[in-house]
Each structure stands twice: as C-alpha cells, then as structure tokens.
Design a protein. Sequence first.
Length: 242
Amino acid sequence: MMQTKARKPRSDKGPRLTARDLNALKWIAQQYAISLDHLCILLARLIDYQEYAQQPKESGEVTVSRANKVIKRWEQLGLIERGHILYGDPVWVWLTPEGLRTVNQELGPLCPYAPTPGKINHLYWINHARLYIEQQRDDIEWLSERQIHANQKSEPGVKQKHTPDAIVSTQGQAIALEVELATKTYARLDKVLHELALSDYHTIWYFTLGRAKQVIESAIENMNSMYKHRFVIYDMDDLELQ
C-alpha cells in the first residue's frame, strides 16, 4: 500500500496582516487608541472592494462580531491590547510596542501609550471629529497631537507653544483642529484663542460639545474683529457618522 507523504506545515501559517490592517493600525497609532464602535466604522471604510469578486455584505459599517475577529487576529500577532476603561463604554484598542514598530516606518517612533479614564472622553471625540472630516473630504492629510509631540524638540527655558489636537492639511492649507468638551477659565481660553489666531494656521476648527460651544462662541465674539473670521465652530451633536 502506497504511503502518502506528510505535507510540511506552511511557513506562513497563522494570522497575517493585510493592507487594511496596516492602514487601520496606522490610524489607531496616530490617535493613541480607538473605541470599538469607531473601529467598526474605520474598518468598513478601509475595505478595498476591488479585492472581492462580489461586494461583501457589510456596507458602511463592519459588525461588532467581525471587528472582534480582526482584533483577535491583531492580538495573536502581539500588535494591540484591548480593555474596558469605563464601565458601560465600548472596549478600547491601542497598539503595543510591537504594534508601534510595525507602523513606525511611516509615522516615526512613538512612545507606548495606554488610555486612562481621565483621557478617553477627549480621545473619543477627537476620533469622532476625524472620522467626520474624512467622511466629508477625501483629500486631507492628518497630523495628530501624538505625532506633533513626538516631533517637538524642547529647549531649556523655552515654553512650548500650544499644541492643537490635530493639524489638518487640505489644498495646501494647514488648519488647526481643537476638540473642546469642558469649559476652561476665561483667561486660559482667551490665551489659547489668541495664540491660535496669531499662528500661521489658515483656519482654526473648534469641535465642541454641550456648554463649551456657547463659551467658545462668546470668547471669539469678544476678540478683535480681525481674528473672528479665522475660527469655525462645529457642534458635535450634529455630526453623524456613516
């Protein structure tokens, strides 16, 4: 009786990264971390439909079940960690040092980071603002606060300028983006607004929530008229993601 020769195991067996994986990991690295609901939207947008003989069932948003399968694959590769930061909130995902090394050729070296309860609300709404802007415009380049800090060189005795939450570049113009959820003291807010108004940014976009919108509108209204036109305010309650 002829014996069949046992096949050697494939050297590439196991989870592997796709182009969509790399783009998603890069996005998450820029933003520090991402919540599961936003990750579902991001993954759906990164699907290359030309890779499919038939258009996949998912459209506009990847299901939580499918996103969890992607997360599990990333975990098996040692690229991400996940965890519940606040009770009742979606799970959050962030890159491990190995994950950061996977994307540092494009982004440069970034320090490891794990989200904390005091920071995730702000991170959530920055991610929401980015997803909304990318939904409206397909020509933007995004420079995150994390990247800005990584590229800054501190000099002894020299105070760092205010760092916006992101810099959005479109049509050759650099736009400062701020997400304001809590109301600062008037003195602090006025200082930040004037520093941004005197900067080289073409425009300053303020994404606000709740009472912060009225406070910022009032502060801008009290500025010199030569500065007012530089600010655009968005109410995040009106920003629907698709």
